[in-house]
Design a protein around this ligand. Structure first.
Ligand code: CTP
Ligand code: CA
Length: 224
């Protein structure tokens, strides 16, 4: 679908999106991250712009170009992603929030200011962890929260976990990735969980799925 032929189903709406992984430092040269190319989130940002939305993308480290027309804010850690999202919401009321980022659930609590050195053969660093803020749950719990869409990549029991996750996060729409072999790939297959149950978006390239998902979001928010 090209912009010229796409219905402007999100005309004038403000859409905020998180995408990519987060990176949690261990020391100045090492860190912990999650598997995420950012392709799905960037495809959704592009599709939302094509649908007429004003799009802000808060992105962890990726190798992708910023989609045309999209405003991008770069972050590394989950805390930075959380703070950037909150700052955007404060600055501009957002109609829709789509959390696609693979956010690290934990950060390293004992980050070393200096590079950790190997001292002996059997000596390994002891990492301690502290929880990161849950960005999606925080946004969903705000008064006048935007319409919140979550993503879930499960390794098993997607139907059961997806539905439970949607209810736990208290969000109207949760999107599940079918299978866990989609990382970095151009193709994907999605399941949409909402109040009425679940429906599938059959396997397609991520740009096609993103346009379909944006259409589904537009349908669900058209009366807002
Ligand atoms: N998410 C978030 N902030 C976090 C963790 C997750 O915004 N700290 C968002 C993700 O962007 C995604 C959704 O929450 O849209 C679900 O993420 P997921 O990791 O599947 O869920 P968790 O609640 O973290 O549960 P778990 O990892 O234990 O399955
Ligand atoms: Ca998680």
């Amino acid at each position: 679908i090209t912009a010229a032929f796409q219905a402007k189903t999100l005309a004038g709406k403000h859409v905020l999106i998180t995408a990519g992984p987060t990176f949690e430092p261990i020391d100045p040269v090492r860190g912990i991250t999650n598997l995420s190319s950012g392709k799905m989130g960037y495809a959704i940002a592009h599709a939302a712009w094509e649908a007429g939305a004003i799009v802000t993308l808060v992105s962890g480290p990726t190798a992708l170009d910023t989609p045309y027309g999209v405003r991008r804010i770069n972050v590394q850690t989950a805390q930075q992603m959380h703070d950037a999202v909150m700052a955007q919401l404060k600055q501009q009321k957002q109609d829709i929030f789509v959390a696609v980022a693979a956010v690290a659930d934990w950060k390293v609590a004992n980050v070393s200011a200096q590079k950790l050195k190997k001292t002996g053969a059997n000596d390994t660093p002891q990492l301690q962890f502290a929880p990161n803020p849950d960005i999606l749950a925080s946004v969903a719990a705000m008064p006048n929260a935007p319409y919140c869409v979550g993503f879930a990549a499960e390794s098993e029991n997607l139907l059961q976990y997806g539905s439970a996750k949607r209810q736990k996060k208290n969000i109207p729409l949760l999107v599940g990735n079918i299978g866990h072999q989609t990382f970095g790939k151009d193709e994907n297959e999605l399941v949409l969980f909402d109040d009425h149950g679940h429906t599938n978006l059959p396997a397609a390239d991520k740009q096609t799925l993103a346009a379909q998902l944006v259409a589904e979001i537009a349908l669900r928010t058209s009366l807002m």
